[in-house]
Write a protein that binds this ligand. Structure first.
Ligand code: SF4
Ligand code: SF4
Length: 157
């Protein structure tokens, strides 16, 4: 069955919208909590095009982002492969047990995971197959911490 966002508006906080100069990590002024977008019919193209991994059906029904306070998103990056992005909606959610479980499961499957907390530095977890990859980059104004598989377990526990 096709999923719908319903009462969820989580990505209206986590994601930046260039067209209306909305920063990532703050609620969009056009968002009405638990109702949706007040300019839905005329919303920016970026909003129109976005679908989180839950909406696309990759994540179990019970993990809708407004309930978990985490927006999951898959992106494919050349040279790296699939990255699962986990965007924090409410402070602390990124440290929850299920986020750790998703992170570990994807690492073991050979996928990268990018955890994006609201305030702390983002962390990119690299699976074993990418252990030798040297990466240094920023997300907005924040430097991304890159953790190879060997140290990920300690971080997650
Ligand atoms: S986070 Fe996903 S389910 Fe929630 S509003 Fe955005 S696209 Fe829809
Ligand atoms: S314009 Fe609408 S859909 Fe886009 S972020 Fe703002 S509230 Fe969400």
């Amino acid at each position: 069955m096709e999923r719908k966002c319903g009462e969820c508006t989580a990505c209206c906080k986590t994601h930046g919208v260039f067209e209306i100069q909305k920063m990532a990590g703050v609620w969009c002024p056009k968002s009405v909590l638990s109702k949706g977008c007040s300019v839905y019919a005329d919303r920016p193209g970026e909003c129109r095009d976005f679908a989180c991994a839950w909406l696309m059906g990759f994540i179990d029904e019970q993990y809708r982002p407004d309930k978990t306070k985490i927006v999951p998103e898959y992106r494919i990056v050349t040279g790296i492969g699939t990255i699962l992005w986990l965007w924090e909606v409410r402070k602390g959610a990124i440290r929850s047990k299920f986020v750790n479980a998703w992170t570990l499961r994807n690492l073991l499957a050979g996928n990268c995971i990018m955890q994006v907390p609201l305030a702390e530095p983002p962390v990119l977890f690299l699976p074993e197959r990418l252990a030798d990859l040297q990466l240094a980059f920023d997300l907005g104004e924040r430097r991304v911490a890159v953790l190879p598989f060997s140290t990920s377990r300690k971080f997650l526990c």
